[in-house]
Unconditional design. Structure first.
Length: 200
């Protein structure tokens, strides 16, 4: 996978899943609340003029760093790599640059600004410089709509993080158990032995 979160031209011999196909499957989980850029990329909504040139630059360096920090709080590194290692921040900027319209970008940029403003009010520092616990608190306030536009931002941002992660090679091959060809059926397989979601 390259730094932009896209599949490399020469994928692993054990990894051949098309990212758009994976996106369509995961996006279906969000139903009617699916964030518009994801719906377009998954083929659920009409596609506007798409950027086919160089990757669009949407975020300032500070915004890009905050997107990375917040995405890692939503999908942190545990025994498997987190959002940053999976290329999620670059994926989010790609979605905002190539699949979003102005209203979609305004929602994300406005949410980042609101989080930063609340961090300055509560912790006297930008959200990027806040501790992990403080960033979690800011995300909780956002989720609970205690920040202007918070709930809409949080749902859109969460969807971007999850789809970016679970359609990445890291998400499919490490967070889940990748089965290129389903194995034998075992109706008595103990549920206690399942520690990963299977993907194929």
């Amino acid at each position: 996978m390259d730094q932009g979160g896209t599949m490399a031209a020469e994928p692993s011999a054990h990894f051949s899943l098309d990212r758009r196909t994976a996106l369509a499957g995961i996006a279906g989980v969000f139903g009617a609340s699916l964030f518009a850029p994801l719906a377009r990329a998954a083929g659920y909504e009409p596609i506007p003029k798409i950027n086919t040139g160089k990757p669009a630059v949407v975020f300032t360096p500070a915004q890009r760093a905050l997107v990375a920090a917040l995405s890692e709080r939503i999908m942190p590194t545990t025994d498997t790599p987190g959002a940053i290692a999976a290329g999620v921040p670059d994926y989010i900027e790609h979605m905002m640059g190539d699949w979003a319209v102005s209203d979609d970008r305004d929602l994300i940029l406005g949410g980042l600004a609101a989080i930063d403003a609340r961090s300055m009010a509560d912790f006297q520092k930008p959200a990027l410089k806040a501790s992990s616990a403080q960033q979690d608190a800011l995300l909780t306030l956002t989720m609970n709509d205690a920040i202007p536009g918070g709930a809409k931002f949080f749902e859109a941002f969460r969807q971007l993080v999850l789809t970016g992660y679970f359609t990445s090679e890291v998400g499919i091959m490490q967070e889940r158990s990748y089965l290129p060809v389903p194995g034998d059926y075992d109706g008595a397989y103990p549920a206690s032995k399942i520690d990963r979601i299977f993907s194929s």
